[in-house]
Ligand binder design. Structure first.
Ligand code: NAD
Length: 371
């Protein structure tokens, strides 16, 4: 147990199922014995009326000040309306790397066993950055004319546009991060994932940078894969891969694929990392249809909490919490519907009961045994 002062951490409960998984996670984190001083901050659609924005400045300030945050998912309405608060958060705080480990825990129902992959996703650029021009707007017509003339290729006038920009700066930073991550975490190989054969000036640039940087890290194996081939390889030979580094959109898509290899979104944690700030969150979203039902699996956010404990150098507590989650999965008794063969299995328990079971194991682990 740490003897240091309490860790001050920003806690954003999120919306949809966010508050339920956040509460379950807060409880198990506290049950490790590590002391936290939670700076609870609300963001998302629920605060729009009050602050006129889903991401008020005081929430960003809290994260900047505390340097460590953990958040539940936040809803982004499809199509029109507000831009993703999650994307804005990553951009505002320059959280350039999204690390998503995908690891098999014994007892999980999955077609695959012994998976141990880490997705390192660039988090600030790419077509995902939300630089878009709406169909029918005068500025879109202007862009279409300019691009058609410069590229000498026609774009239909009734098009919408999304801009894909990749910079040398961001590519270097994320690939270097992936190699450093591999080295510090005892990993053997980095694979760069791209579509450089088609997008020569964006993904081609990413690949070129990755190849150059790989030469500076001769102790770590390096290869590259085209993203469509990578998708197939991951379901055929996942054991061949270790750390994957990807531009933003491919990272988003392959994160869910990799989550599927290890039992689903209920078990996929993540960390958004920048130079000074770290924000931990599960891969899954706000799953609105389950909101308030005490049904959703809190383990993805709890495992994000394990990553946060490691980041805070609370290694003992991190191992203890990961061990308690793993044991709960192995026993298969106090798990949510998504971990059962039949989704309607009446023996599935709720979100808070999973937390209770894990807290029970943590309390047992912390109780000194009589000699
Ligand atoms: P989702 O991840 O919320 O849910 C998709 C489905 O996956 C759910 O209906 C459920 O069946 C399953 N699932 C997800 N998490 C689960 C869990 N913990 N336990 C058990 N099953 C789980 O994806 P979506 O429906 O595409 O997105 C819903 C909203 O969440 C959207 O507004 C989206 O923009 C947002 N979102 C937010 C984040 C984030 O906050 N970082 C990430 C992804 C999506």
């Amino acid at each position: 147990m740490s003897v240091l002062a309490a860790h001050r951490v920003t806690l954003i409960p999120g919306d949809g199922v966010g508050p339920e998984v956040s509460e379950a996670t807060r409880r198990v984190l506290e049950a490790t014995g590590v002391e936290f001083e939670w700076d609870v901050q609300n963001a998302g659609l629920g605060v729009m009326d009050k602050y006129g924005t889903p991401m008020p400045d005081h929430v960003l300030e809290s994260i900047r000040k505390n340097k460590v945050a953990i958040k539940g998912p936040l809803t982004t309405p499809l199509g029109k309306g507000i831009r993703s608060v999650n994307v804005a958060l990553r951009k505002e705080l320059d959280l350039f790397a999204l690390v998503r480990p995908c690891k098999s825990y014994p007892g999980v129902r999955s077609r695959f066993q012994n998976i141990d992959l880490v997705i390192v996703r660039e988090n600030t650029e790419d077509i995902y950055a939300g630089i878009e021009f709406q169909e029918g707007k005068p500025e879109t017509a202007q862009m279409i004319n300019q691009i058609s003339a410069a590229a000498k290729k026609s774009i239909r006038p009734d098009s919408g546009l999304s801009i894909k920009a990749l910079s040398i700066t961001a590519c270097k930073r994320i690939v270097n991060f992936a190699f450093e991550y591999a080295r510090t975490h005892g990993r053997r190989k980095v694979t760069a994932v791209h579509k450089a054969n088609i997008m020569k000036f964006t993904d081609g640039l990413f690949l070129q940078v990755a190849q150059d940087i790989a030469k500076e890290h001769p102790d770590i194996e390096f290869n590259d894969r085209i993203v469509d081939n990578m998708s197939m390889q991951l379901v055929q030979y996942p054991e061949e891969y270790d750390v994957l580094v990807l531009p933003n959109l491919y990272g988003d898509i392959l994160s869910d694929l990799a989550a599927g290899l290890v039992g689903g979104l209920g078990l996929a944690p993540g960390a958004n990392l920048g130079e000074t700030v770290a924000l931990f969150e599960a891969t899954h979203g706000s799953a609105p249809k389950y909101a308030g039902m005490n049904r959703i699996n809190p383990m993805a956010m709890m495992l994000s909490g394990v990553m946060m404990l490691r980041h805070l150098n609370e290694t003992y507590a991190a191992n203890m919490l990961e061990g308690a989650v793993a044991e709960t999965i192995r026993e298969g008794r106090y798990v949510t519907y998504d971990m059962k063969a039949d989704r309607n299995d009446p023996t599935a328990v709720g979100t808070s009961q999973v937390a209770d079971a894990i807290i029970g194991k943590l309390e047992k682990a912390r109780t000194p045994t009589a000699i």
